[in-house]
Design a protein around this ligand. Structure first.
Ligand code: ADP
Ligand code: ZN
Length: 218
């Protein structure tokens, strides 16, 4: 199964993608994670993408598509994948269509998890993460037991630069899925909208219901 999760940052898309990937035994492919890892490791790719990310801009399509295709060639992605943060442009969507078609496959669904701007800014500016183990906390919905410290490993929590309010607003403007991308999947009859302003559990429930419906039909 190949599922695409679309939506602005801050709707819990990443959390949902991981949950669903586990449930369906599919690879979780997040271009943002791949880029952050490359930056952390100081690879050639990391050097190329770091500046775009810091500015809250999209990484150019060519580089993004090459990164995605390489990830798709990993063995764990053979059976299926949940795409999280990809595609973000029409050109990326076409490249994914082609890559899947090359294996006689196609994306099953494009799930759009959306929420109003103000709600997203409120959520994102409260996000803290543990650089040591990757755990994510939230001031409001998931505070750590001890302020500023990770429940899992005791590491000191940090706020990503791109989770600061002014960067969040800019990111939202630029990273809401463009209408032509939504239209692409709507035309294919694959776009399903999910209310991302709900509780995490409710979003998961809606996502799984939409996925189950497709599995039964096809
Ligand atoms: P966010 O942190 O906004 O939820 P991600 O973690 O998906 O988003 O991505 C972090 C950054 O990586 C983005 O701001 C962008 O610079 C870059 N990036 C990730 N995925 C893509 C993509 N599909 N196309 C272009 N740039 C991307
Ligand atoms: Zn930790």
């Amino acid at each position: 199964m190949h599922l695409i999760l679309l939506g602005p940052p801050g709707t819990g898309k990443g959390t949902q993608a991981k949950l669903i990937a586990e449930k369906l035994n599919a690879a979780h492919i997040a271009t943002g994670d791949l880029f952050r890892e490359a930056v952390r490791q100081g690879t050639e790719l990391g050097k190329q993408v770091g500046a775009y990310m810091e500015r809250g801009e999209l990484v150019p399509d060519e580089l993004t598509i090459a990164t995605l295709l390489e990830r798709m060639r990993q063995p764990d992605a053979r059976e299926g994948a949940i795409f999280d943060g990809f595609p973000r442009t029409l050109q990326q969507a076409r490249a994914l269509d082609e890559a899947l078609a090359g294996h006689g496959m196609a994306a099953d669904l494009a799930l759009l998890i959306d929420a109003p701007d103000d709600e997203i800014v409120r959520r994102l500016s409260g996000r803290w993460l543990c650089p040591a183990c990757g755990r994510i906390f939230h001031e409001v919905s998931q505070p750590p037991k001890q302020e500023q410290l990770c429940d899992g490993c005791g590491g000191e929590l940090m706020q990503r630069d791109d989770d600061k309010p002014e960067v969040v607003r800019k990111r939202l403007e630029q990273q809401r899925p463009p209408e032509e991308l939504l239209a692409h999947y709507r035309k294919q009859g694959k776009l399903v909208e999910i209310d991302g302003a709900q509780e995490v559990e409710a979003v998961t429930r809606d996502l799984l219901a939409a996925i189950e419906k497709t599995t039964v039909v096809s």
